[in-house]
Design a protein around this ligand. Sequence first.
Ligand SMILES: NC(=O)c1ccc[n+]([C@@H]2O[C@H](COP(=O)([O-])OP(=O)(O)OC[C@H]3O[C@@H](n4cnc5c(N)ncnc54)[C@H](OP(=O)(O)O)[C@@H]3O)[C@@H](O)[C@H]2O)c1
Length: 332
Amino acid sequence: MKAIARDAYGPADLLELRDLDTPPIGDDEVLVEVRAAGVDPGVWILMTGRPMAVRLAVGLRRPRVAALGRAVAGVVAAVGAGVTRLRPGDEVYGTCESGSFAEYATARQHRLTSKPANLTFEQAAATPISAVTALQSVRDAGVQPGQRVLITGAAGGVGSFAVQLVKAYGASVTGVCSTAKVELVRALGAEDVIDYTRHEIDHGGTRYDIVIDTAGSRPMSLLRRAVTPHGTIALVGGGHARGRLLGGFQRQMAAPLVSLFGSQRVCGVTGRERYEDLDELTPLIESGTVTPVLDRVYALADAPEAIRYLAQGHPAGKVVVTVQGAATAPAE
Ligand SMILES: NC(=O)c1ccc[n+]([C@@H]2O[C@H](COP(=O)([O-])OP(=O)(O)OC[C@H]3O[C@@H](n4cnc5c(N)ncnc54)[C@H](OP(=O)(O)O)[C@@H]3O)[C@@H](O)[C@H]2O)c1
């Protein structure tokens, strides 16, 4: 099968389109014929091996899995003996173990579920990591109807879903983004938008019940000033300071400790990949309450370009790689 692969951690220049063996499936795994794959900052982390802490999970000296990519949408080609929820021919989406920038990918069954009927494969591939992280942020923050919620990075992968989900929970949204994205964030449902190139997030003096910080670019002192005395700060993004060891994720890790000081709650959101969360999103997607926003769609061979674009940090919604129709039958 064709796949975007590499032998070492490093820049996108190390990626190449190669012929790899179709990955074998274990008892609890599903082989997916990939139609589209999502690109998110986690792909950059897996590609570069930065922050270094991630190498503990994916290979200390070099990546254990050659193919790259996590979020996937496609059609089930085969299932392991212990798979009960899915069968060949099902259209699915979720996250995979073996690299989704490939014609075939394997995933544990609990990381896949049926694709929402109204989504294209590209839209579906845009959803698993970003929308699930957004859902978990909204839930972890405890968003309630009538609350005022500020979302930084409101036009990005996680933020564009978070705006729609907070609205679906009955709260009002102020989105923070750059000038070119103001109309997009309004169209997603935000009542107010702060253009961060012109104003700080505490502009106007409003204090929010909740701040969902996906951009990760503002200091904690400023986030605290933007939240009510008993409000909540949900930290999602590690920001763009690429710290060598933890890459900015130390803020999430320190959140429980920080919460001990002062009356505001600070929670670090760590995305958990579970089909139950995708199933919770499905009715919202099928009713049109939540719609993935696609910025750019790249061909499989152009996946390195897709990653370079995302790494600039300013997508309008999601970036996706399409793999559809290219697959040859997997070896028996
Ligand atoms: N905790 C978890 O489990 C988890 C899961 C997924 C993602 N994440 C993290 O969450 C963060 C966001 O992910 P994503 O997929 O939404 O990324 P993304 O699609 O690249 O979006 C990044 C957003 O950050 C904004 N931004 C960039 N530079 C900025 C600046 N200087 N000031 C303010 N905003 C700025 C951009 O807004 P403009 O385009 O308007 O500039 C853009 O909307 C990343 O750090 C990612 O690693 C964490």
